[in-house]
Design a protein around this ligand. Structure first.
Ligand code: NAD
Length: 362
C-alpha cells in the first residue's frame, strides 16, 4: 500500500529521534512491501527561524494533505532561547496548539506500558505491579474545563474567579467511539472515568458512554470515579486496558500513568480526529539540554510511529513487528543513557534505531 506521511522533525532532539523513527518506517515498508512517501513540515522554533512564525498556512495544508503526521518535539530552552523573547502567540508552543486545532484533534491517546526489563524504574512495589501493566489513556482534548468560559471579577471587594466545564453529547460520543474502537484492537475493556456523583457534565458523560457501549457488545466496560481511578493506578495498574475520560481528568491521570512506567524516553502518544488521520509524537519535550549529542532515546518516537501504523493505517502486523523489535532490543540489554543501569549495554540514538531496524528485518 502507498501512504503519505507528514514529518515534523521540530527542535532540540526532534530531528535526531525522528530520523530514527523514519528509518524504522522505511524498514517496515521494505519488509512488508509498502510505500511511504514523506513530506517535511516546519513547526515550532524551526518554523520561526525559517518563516518568522511557529506555523504557516502552508504547513497546515501539508499536514492536511497527509494520511498521518509523525512529529518529534518542538520548543527550546525556555529561559535562554530567543524564541521565548517573542510574544506568546509567536512562540514555538503556539504552533503546536494551532495545528492541533486546525486538524481538529479531539482525542489524545497515551499508552503506559511497563517493560519487564525496566521494572526497576517503576516506583510501585513489586508485589503491587504483579505481571506488569499495559494500558492506554484516551483523553478528550478540545472540550471541558480548559476550553470553557472563564473570568475573574471583584464582587463586594472580594476577587472571584470562575471556570466552566461544559460538554455536549456529540463531543462525548466521538471520543467514546474512539475509545471503544481502540479497546477492540486491544484487550477489549473500557474503564470510563468521571465524577458522576457530583458533576452534571459527568452524568451526561456516563449516559453517552452507555449508549456508545451498546454498539460494542464485544467490549466490556465499567464506570469509575476519578478519585478512585487515581488510587487504583498506583494500587493495581494491571486492571486497566483503556481508560476513557474527559480533558482535565485525562491530563492528570495520563501523567500519573506515565510516571508509574518510570521512563519518559519510552512514552508515545497520538492525537486523533474523526477520520483515520492522527498526529503522532513522543510524550516528552525537545530536551534541548542533550540535543545534537546522539544520546537521546528514540524509542518513544519509534513507538509513536508504531501507533501511526496501527491507528491511521490499520497495519496491525507491522505495528506489532515494531513493538516486538523494541522489546527484543531491551531484552538483549541495549539501553540509551536515560534508561541505562549497571550490567546493560549503553548505545546512542542512532545505534538504538539501527538495532530496532535489524530486529524488524530478522
Ligand atoms: P523535556 O521532556 O524536553 O525534558 C525533560 C528531561 O527529560 C530533560 O532532562 C531531558 O534531557 C530528558 N529527556 C526528554 N526526552 C528524552 C529522550 N527522548 N531521551 C533522553 N532524555 C530525554 O522537558 P522540558 O525540558 O521541560 O522542555 C524542553 C522543551 O520542550 C520546552 O521548550 C518545552 O516547551 C518543550 N516541550 C515540547 C513538547 C512537545 O513538543 N509536545 C512537550 C513537552 C515539552
Amino acid at each position: 500500500m502507498e501512504y503519505r506521511i507528514g514529518v515534523i522533525p521540530g527542535d532540540g532532539i526532534g530531528p535526531e529521534i525522528v530520523a530514527e523513527a523514519r528509518s524504522v518506517l522505511d524498514c517496515v515498508a521494505q519488509v512488508f512491501g509498502h510505500q511511504f512517501q514523506y513530506e517535511e513540515i516546519l513547526l515550532g522554533g524551526a518554523s520561526i527561524d525559517a518563516c518568522g512564525v511557529p506555523l504557516t498556512d502552508e504547513a497546515i495544508a501539508q499536514a492536511k494533505a497527509s494520511d498521518a503526521v509523525l512529529m518529534g518535539s518542538i520548543g527550546g530552552n525556555t529561559t535562554t532561547s530567543p524564541w521565548y523573547q517573542l510574544p506568546p502567540d509567536r512562540r514555538p508552543e503556539a504552533g503546536l496548539l494551532k495545528i492541533r486545532k486546525a486538524l481538529n484533534l479531539f482525542a489524545n491517546v497515551r499508552p503506559a506500558y511497563l517493560y519487564e526489563e525496566l521494572k526497576g524504574a517503576c516506583p510501585i512495589k513489586d508485589e503491587l505491579i504483579g505481571e506488569g501493566f499495559d494500558m492506554v489513556i484516551m483523553r478528550e482534548l478540545t472540550g471541558g474545563l480548559y476550553f470553557g468560559e472563564r473570568g475573574t471579577e471583584e464582587i463586594d471587594g472580594i476577587l472571584v474567579a470562575h471556570d466552566s466545564l461544559t460538554y455536549n453529547e456529540q463531543e462525548i460520543r466521538r471520543v467514546a467511539v474512539k475509545g471503544f474502537d481502540i479497546a477492540r484492537k486491544r484487550r477489549k475493556k473500557v474503564t470510563s472515568v468521571d465524577k458522576a456523583n457530583v458533576l452534571d457534565s459527568s452524568r451526561l458523560w456516563r449516559k453517552v458512554v452507555e449508549e456508545v457501549a451498546k454498539d460494542y457488545p464485544d467490549v466490556s466496560y465499567e464506570h469509575m470515579l476519578v478519585d478512585n481511578c487515581a488510587m487504583q493506578l498506583v494500587r493495581d495498574p494491571g486492571q486497566f486496558d483503556v481508560i476513557l475520560t474527559e480533558n482535565m481528568f485525562g491530563d492528570i491521570l495520563s501523567d500519573e500513568a506515565s510516571m508509574v512506567t518510570g521512563s519518559i524516553g519510552m512514552l508515545s502518544s497520538a492525537s486523533l480526529n474523526d477520520t483515520k488521520f492522527g498526529l503522532y509524537e513522543p510524550s516528552h519535550g525537545s530536551a534541548p539540554d542533550i540535543a545534537g549529542q546522539d544520546i537521546a532515546n528514540p524509542i518513544a518516537t519509534i513507538l509513536s510511529a508504531a501507533m501511526l501504523l496501527r491507528y491511521s493505517f490499520d497495519l496491525d502486523r507491522e505495528a506489532d513487528a515494531v513493538e516486538t523489535a523494541v522489546k527484543q532490543v531491551l531484552a538483549e540489554g541495549w539501553r540509551t543513557a536515560d534508561i541505562y543501569s549497571e550490567g546493560t549495554k549503553k548505545v546512542g540514538c542512532k545505534e538504538m534505531g539501527a538495532l530496532i531496524c535489524e530486529r524488524i528485518r530478522k
